[in-house]
Design a protein around this ligand. Structure first.
Ligand code: HEM
Length: 216
């Protein structure tokens, strides 16, 4: 009997290289976008920061006005928005990559097929009822997240190209409100996602973080 036979079956990774690149790239650009929003709504908020800047400059230049301080803060704020838009282009490119991954990945790794399988399990409850519920809830959360990403990218690109698109002011305003609002469910998703991964690592899905690094 041979004891040291080598396994020649090709090993298929659980997460493709493209998906892992998308995952960590997405984490970086979303964090970057959120940091720019945070800076502009705190340190660089003209209403709050202009009086502070004014007080500092007036020590040497008593003639400096509040309007001048406001426009100085506004210039910095715009610079930070430029970075937000660069992260936004990154997010748009990654979303395109995610769509291509879904279209061209092998059948077993496609998100839609995973979802169908879990839906079928849920319907027939071959698995224990609670596990089927949990799996369906996790996958559905990802569906919501992908929808939010699409909304964020479409509205963000509309804002970035508003000069070219020339939408009426009221529509532009609504697009900005939708874009700004969607940040909150995205923040909610990040909290639930991180908590879920943390709990899964401690319980029944050990190694899911390293699977997202080395493919699994
Ligand atoms: C998860 C990702 C994103 C988050 C959390 C986010 C969040 C925000 C928030 C909260 C605002 C302020 C809205 C307001 O003032 O009412 C904003 C503005 C903006 N965002 Fe995003 N955004 C994201 C992705 C994008 C993308 C993909 C683009 C496309 C390039 C983009 C382009 C813009 C632009 C152009 C503005 C207006 C900046 C200005 O007022 O000059 N964003 N974003």
């Amino acid at each position: 009997m041979t004891t040291n036979q080598t396994d020649t079956t090709p090993h298929i990774k659980h997460n493709s290289a493209a998906l892992r690149f998308w995952h960590w790239g997405n984490a970086i650009v979303i964090s970057g976008s959120l940091i720019t929003v945070f800076i502009n709504s705190t340190v660089l908020k003209p209403r709050k920061s202009a009086p502070v800047v004014l007080a500092e400059i007036q020590k040497d230049n008593p003639g400096f006005t509040l309007d001048q301080a406001r426009s100085a803060v506004g210039v910095l704020e715009d610079k930070v928005w430029d970075f937000h838009v660069y992260f936004g282009y990154g997010l748009a490119a990654l979303l395109l990559l995610r769509i291509l991954t879904e279209l061209f990945d092998i059948t077993d790794r496609k998100f839609i097929n995973g979802f169908k399988k879990i839906w079928h399990q849920f319907k027939t409850t071959k698995k224990e009822g609670q596990t089927a519920w949990h799996d369906l809830a996790v996958k559905s959360l990802y569906v919501v997240f992908y929808l939010l990403l699409v909304i964020m990218v479409v509205t963000g690109l509309c804002l970035a190209f508003d000069d070219t698109l020339n939408f009426p002011k009221s529509l532009q305003h609504s697009i900005k409100s939708v874009h700004g609002f969607c940040m909150y469910p995205i923040l909610g998703f990040i909290v639930i996602h991180l908590a879920g991964v943390f709990l899964a690592e401690r319980k029944d899905a050990k190694g899911i973080v390293s699977d997202m690094i080395n493919g699994g």
